[in-house]
Design a protein around this ligand. Structure first.
Ligand code: BGC
Length: 739
């Protein structure tokens, strides 16, 4: 009997301890196990309700995990220029935290203008660190919608008009962000090239333009950048909303490109439960609660992918595998981000990030024109600099829509100039014009009082009087982040500068020969006064260190090296979309009649001289291109050719030149652009130094998308390799033949 009791005691003791002793880390938590195995294990432990909950938001910017299993929530943040301030749980308004002021990085147009993948990596790394520190695992950016029209209100958030440039620039940004265990969510997929009618417009575009112009940067983001997330666009394509679009999300993104990350909806971009179940969407965000909020306790439960989805699953009308597919993608992203125990901790609002932002801006600011060597300003020989214009003092990090930021600080151009000259130089300021004095967005205010009641003629007179005895006049104008300027939600109304700035510039030019016009914008603007002022600079929206970056270039501490990522047309009619009459189309649809002839592809074809061409940008030094050479005159189907060109700095200071490489197909069975960018390199050269730059020609560089057979083809025949300092400043041409 005693023996039996002992046995029972032993057994119960065993029962108590053994599970602990033998307990193993569940497979889904075991980071040594393959990710797909972990996903299946986690999935097998989840209830239907838990799975559905993961497919939609629980607050403005977050979605639930499975607390019971230790699977954390997902926290998204805008993007793409800095980490958005915290908002209230259920509202767009900022939550008024006191520790969420970020470093604002330059706008993506500025990054693209650097033509430097290395700078893009620095950008991604820095913003990724900021996102990580703030505990966000999805950064809503970068944006790579192609610059189709200079009126698009969101062009400043994108990377220009050329698919090759955007592809090369987007990849390092993604890699830099994701190295922090933060998913880059590339947006807006796809064809979101205007703000007008963005929620309804059905974009009609031929397959060649789709594949050759509008998709390549997304494809590079997925295949080369290995982006872990992508955001659907608001608009429609082939009649279906892009956030749940069979063609874009299932056929192209998943099947053709093999994307294994999550598809996130744009905020409020979901419009249908069945389509969002079957057409490739994984996570629904921002759906507003029209008609759903009344009488229900939690509007998020009434999202298209919430209760309506759950009911269809429970009734068996939709098989469970449909939710499993989505949850697999979501878990994969979670394992890569906030369940990766090895990810770094990040850092936020640091000097290192501010300096990275300054460096990015210095690499992206473009010197468009510089006659009579007005720039750089010789601060030792200058008594008085007159700065004119609202943009010299207006904070630009607040506004513009979802990319609006609460920056830790922002250096204005005027303050930047004051920082970069000695106290003996008189830096005077005149307002010149009044634009938009408001500086607030979703509860974030710039805190600036820009009120000015004097009429335009008085402001001009004042500026002109002050300009007369100035050694140099720096007019800082352009656009701003207000509605109908560079701003989400609406497009610009005209190519012209707003707020009567042309009159101010003309008046200044008549009063002083040394006028430098600085344009702060994310878009091209018309410049009827181009021949009346010696110097023009495109400064972009450059974030926290904007003013310092600009000033360092104006005074010559830094030699400008940015080049335009899009064409500046003289008139709107010189842009294909506008020449052919379809921008922005109607509420229902817009047709891209210009097809593949976007940007310089249009001006080349129509022989139009742009105001400033794609790829244009000057330096304070001079570069001389030597004779380019090619390894052979013919190329076999599977061979490669190499083109080399020596580039020499012939001036007296160091500088960087962006050498561009274009391919021209001389004869083909389908129309082709006169030339297309297929390579570039930013070379840094000391005075007198020469480097040989080389580009490889492979089949891909010669191919076009043949919509008749739905394949990329390189047709045998004559081609030309072109070296340029811009799309119109051609330095050499080398004919060759593809056998
Ligand atoms: C924008 C997105 C943004 C989202 C969240 C939308 O209105 O189109 O780019 O990420 O809001 O703020």
């Amino acid at each position: 009997m005693l023996k039996l009791i002992k046995k029972i005691r032993m057994a119960s003791l065993f029962a108590l301890f053994v599970p602990c002793a033998m307990a193993q880390t569940p497979v889904y938590l075991d980071e040594t196990k393959p990710i797909e195995q972990r996903i299946e294990d986690a999935l097998s432990r989840m209830t239907l309700e838990e799975k559905v909950a993961m497919c939609h938001a629980q607050s403005k910017f977050s979605s639930p995990g499975v607390a019971r299993l230790g699977i954390p929530e997902n926290w998204t943040t805008d993007g793409p220029h800095g980490i958005r301030p915290e908002v209230l749980w259920d509202q767009w308004d900022q939550a008024a935290w006191t520790n969420d002021s970020c470093i604002a990085f330059p706008a993506l147009t500025c990054l693209a203008a650097s033509w430097s993948p290395e700078i893009s990596l620095l950008y991604g790394k820095s913003i990724g660190e900021e996102a990580r520190y703030r505990n966000k695992n999805i950064l809503l950016g970068p944006g790579v919608n192609i610059y189709r029209s200079p009126l698009n209100g969101r062009n400043f958030e994108y990377m220009g008009e050329d698919p090759y440039l955007a592809s090369k620039m987007v990849v390092p940004y993604i890699q830099g962000v994701q190295a922090n265990g933060v998913a880059a969510c590339v947006k807006h997929f796809a064809l979101n090239n205007q703000e007008a009618y963005r929620h309804t417009v059905d974009v009609k575009v031929d397959d060649r333009a789709l594949y050759e112009i509008y998709l390549p940067a997304f494809k590079a983001a997925v295949q080369e950048g290995e982006a872990w997330a992508i955001m659907g666009a608001y608009n429609r394509y082939k009649g279906e909303w892009c956030c749940h679009n069979q063609y874009l999300l299932n056929d192209i993104l998943r099947d053709e490109w093999g994307f294994d990350g999550v598809v996130v909806s744009d905020w409020g971009g979901v419009n249908d439960t069945k389509q969002s179940i079957y057409n490739g969407l994984d996570m629904e965000f921002g759906t507003w609660t029209d008609g759903l909020s009344e009488g229900v306790s939690n509007a998020y439960d009434n999202y298209f992918l919430a209760n309506p989805f759950l009911e269809l699953l429970k009734s068996g009308e939709v098989p469970e595998e449909e939710v499993n597919k989505k949850v697999r993608n979501i878990l994969r992203m979670i394992f890569r981000t906030n369940m990766n125990t090895k990810r770094p901790w990040g850092s936020f609002g640091t000097e290192e990030h501010a300096l990275a932002g300054r460096r990015i801006a210095q690499e992206g600011i473009v010197l468009l024109q510089n006659k009579n060597k007005v720039l750089p300003i010789n601060v030792n020989a200058t008594r008085k600099i007159l700065v004119v214009g609202e943009n010299a003092i207006k904070m630009m990090t607040v506004g513009g829509g979802s990319s609006s930021l609460k920056a830790k600080y922002e250096i204005s151009p005027l303050d930047g100039i004051r920082n970069y000259v000695s106290e003996t130089v008189n830096v005077a300021y005149a307002r010149g014009y009044v634009g938009d004095t408001d500086g607030s967005y979703n509860g974030v205010t710039s805190g600036q009082d820009l009120s000015e009641n004097r009429p335009a003629d008085v402001l001009i007179r004042e500026a002109v009087d002050m300009a007369r005895d100035a050694d140099v006049v720096v007019f800082v104008g352009g656009l701003n982040k207000s509605d109908f300027q560079d701003c989400e939600g609406n497009d610009r109304k005209a190519l012209e500068l707003p707020y009567g700035q042309n009159e101010v510039i003309e008046a200044l030019a008549a009063a002083n020969p040394n006028v430098v016009v600085v344009i702060v914008s994310g878009n091209a603007v018309a410049m009827p006064w181009v021949n009346k002022v010696p110097a023009i600079v495109e400064a972009w929206y450059s974030g926290t260190e904007a003013g310092n970056a600009l000033a360092s270039i104006l005074v010559g501490e830094v030699n400008p090296s940015g080049k335009l990522p899009f064409t500046f047309p003289v008139r709107l009619q010189d842009n294909g979309a506008h020449a052919l009459g379809e921008f922005p189309g109607t509420e229902d649809s817009v047709t891209y009649h210009e097809s593949i002839f976007v940007g310089y592809r249009w001006t080349d074809k129509e022989n139009i001289k742009p105001l400033f061409p794609f790829g244009h940008g000057l330096s304070y030094t001079t570069f001389e291109y030597g004779k380019p050479s090619i390894t052979a005159k013919t190329m076999g189907a599977n061979e490669k050719l190499v083109v080399t060109v020596p580039v020499k700095n012939t001036g007296s200071r160091e500088g960087a030149e962006v050498v561009q490489f274009y391919i021209s197909d001389k004869k083909s069975s389908l129309p082709r652009p006169v030339k297309e960018l297929k390579g570039f390199e930013k070379v840094r050269l000391n005075p007198g130094e020469e480097k040989v730059v080389s580009f490889t020609i492979d089949k891909e560089a010669l191919s076009f998308y043949d919509d008749r057979i739905r394949e990329w083809v390189a047709e045998p025949g004559k081609f030309e390799a072109i070296i340029g300092a811009s799309a119109t400043d051609i330095k050499g041409r080398l004919p060759f033949e593809l056998k």
